[in-house]
Design a protein around this ligand. Sequence first.
Ligand code: HEM
Length: 405
Amino acid sequence: MRYDPFDPAVMADPLPYYRVLRDEHPVHYLETWDTYALSRFDDIWNMLEINDGTFVASEGTLPAAAVLARHNDGPVADPPLHPMPFHANFDSPIYEDVRRCTATPFRPKNVAKLRDRIRVLANERLDELLPLGRFDLTQDYGGIVAASVVCELVGLPAEMAADVLATVNAGSLAQPGSGVEVANARPGYLEYLTPVVERTRAGEPGDLPIVDNLLAYRLPDGSALSDMEAAVQMLGVFIGGTETVPKIVAHGLWELSSRPDQLADVVSDLDANVPVAREEMIRYCAPAQWFARTLRRPFTLHGTTMRPGQRIISLLASANRDEREYPQPDEFLWNRPIARLLAFGRGQHFCLGAHLARLEITIMVTEWLKRVPEFRVDAAAASRPPSSFQWGWNNLPVDVHGVGG
Ligand code: HEM
């Protein structure tokens, strides 16, 4: 069995590989990348819990193949302070301090305040889409709603959502053999974000706690972030907030629609059942495949000792389908018990947007099911492009004929 995350065959459908890895090679060494792949739920759960500097994302949480091709002789130091790359590449305290700057809108209380706005955005989209009869469930519905929320969080008008969505989609297309570098070197993304920072620094009024916090932040040497450096710290929100939720909403609705019994169960009490079904949608449909850490200290698992400088990739998408955690993991079962979930990661880098993601999914699924009792996904025209990063249903054409809105 040859598993390589950048192999076109793996990028086209990694799931069969994950099963073999879990059963036979739970700590799988990838010689080309000097990297170990962990595939079992428990191993990843326990590894991500370790927060003592053993693992640092000093080469990025999603390094491209070109980065992994360079083998390290020992631990990789934090990057230079300036120009400052995305903060996830730093160890404590810089990582946590900058993350905190971007965290204000994502606290549960602040997320709850977005409920009505998200509901309005979802219904405005449905008003426009349903009369069309046929459209793209991923991009036209969830994509625009999620990108609109991101726009408003980072100080852009919601009217720019379609542009933002197209930019993020284009940037996340992974090339076989090379992967995708999401967090850094993204001038296209910074063209949206840097002007927002410039305007805030110039005193333009706006309720933008993320930007305010980043401008007030001082690095341990007392220096401040430039406009561009502050914009770079917002990339996680820009990308993470735009691309994952729409794929889960569309794919999750598709799974329900192809199981009429389950759909009827969920619809029988939307307020009680959608939050339950949402967790299964996240487990079953979450598109992110893996995230990386570089070792700073030796780490031993199942008798294999990994050296400082080597990397671990945690195959979260494999953990979501681990039969040791979830019986019959390849079945979609709207109300299966989900005691533990790794789809949002765990520990230090736990998804900043998890509360928002859950709220968005709940609202988008609920509003859809209220207004669209019957719909048919055109499976033959659906597309899930090969990817080492976000392997999800980018395009799901849906027919809603007869539903006027
Ligand atoms: C269901 C949808 C989502 C899923 C499944 C998801 C998944 C993840 C995962 C697995 C990580 C951890 C990466 C790692 O361990 O290196 C992560 C990190 C992150 N996510 Fe999400 N995400 C979702 C939605 C969102 C949303 C809506 C936002 C923001 C609006 C967001 C923002 C972020 C950010 C900023 C990080 C980086 C955290 C850090 O390294 O400090 N995500 N996400």
